[in-house]
Write a new protein. Structure first.
Length: 281
């Protein structure tokens, strides 16, 4: 296992888990909180949430085939169902028997699957603008998937502009949108970036969340749902449905769009702290 970084910033860690190189960001001590990003982001999605959750052991895991781990997705199943298995094996590897699971976008689907499969692993669940049920893939991703080979041959500057536009559409804070586009571009800046993105979007299967949809209402765990009311990608109606099934409070963040952990980290952090407090009582 390798580690980079020190001080107040999360440390970057890497390890080989059952033959798969995995990466995550880690900080703090206390109750484990595992955070999972979506597309087209990386563990850095949670960079503004970390400082607002003191007294917890925060670990932002990078999905296989995403971010700086893009190479690991080649010749491997990176569907959400498979990601839940990768996540569970990583938790075993780092010695986390039980954790509060936090997920955004695709990561929200991953933690739903793990919680439904192995509820004993889940001390609590926080979902923010997460894929669920049949809410995904969204139309713009379907369109990009249909482009297929055309997208693969798009010049790199044009591809970067496309990705930046996609990210900006999900933000209500323009400064954070520009920062986000810059930060997460690292996962696609290499010459195989277009291929990595195509691999990601071609691996999206609505069936993965539909398979566990009926299990959500049976979960007996504390949960919270945080949703950007103006999200163009994952509609608020799905946030209401998740909150009802999980018997969880719904924090509707007015004017917020999709990337709530970046634009409104305080709302996500507040939900996590609330779940942690329930665990301490």
């Amino acid at each position: 296992m390798t580690r980079h970084g020190a001080g107040d910033h999360p440390a970057e860690r890497r390890a080989n888990v059952d033959g798969i190189p995995m990466r995550w960001l880690e900080s703090g001590a206390g109750i484990p909180v595992v955070l999972v990003h979506g597309i087209p982001t990386s563990p850095e999605l949670w960079r503004h949430v970390f400082p607002e959750v003191p007294g917890a052991h925060l670990l932002a895991w990078e999905m296989v085939g995403y971010g700086r781990s893009w190479r690991t997705g080649e010749q491997r199943d990176i569907s959400l169902r498979a990601q839940a298995g990768h996540l569970e094996r990583w938790m075993q590897h780092v010695g986390i028997e039980r954790a509060v699971l936090v997920g955004h976008d695709l990561g929200g689907g991953v933690v739903q699957i793990l919680a439904a499969r192995q509820p004993e692993r889940c001390a609590g669940l926080v979902l923010t603008n997460a894929v669920a049920y049949d809410s995904w893939p969204i139309p713009s991703v379907r369109a990009m998937r249909a482009l297929g080979g055309t997208l693969a041959w798009t010049p790199q500057p044009a591809f970067r502009a496309l990705m930046s536009s996609f990210v900006h559409r999900g933000h209500d804070d323009r400064i954070r949108a520009s920062e986000s586009a810059r930060v997460h571009w690292a996962g696609y800046a290499h010459r195989h970036g277009r291929r990595a993105f195509l691999r990601q979007i071609r691996s999206l299967r609505t069936e993965d969340t539909l398979e566990v949809a009926g299990e959500l209402a049976r979960l007996q765990i504390p949960a919270a749902v945080v949703w950007g009311a103006a999200d163009r990608f994952q509609k608020l109606v799905y946030g209401h449905r998740l909150a009802e099934d999980l018997r969880a409070p719904l924090d509707t963040v007015h004017h917020a769009r999709h990337f709530v952990p970046e634009d409104h980290p305080g709302s996500v952090a507040r939900a996590i702290r609330g779940i942690l407090e329930q665990g301490r009582t």
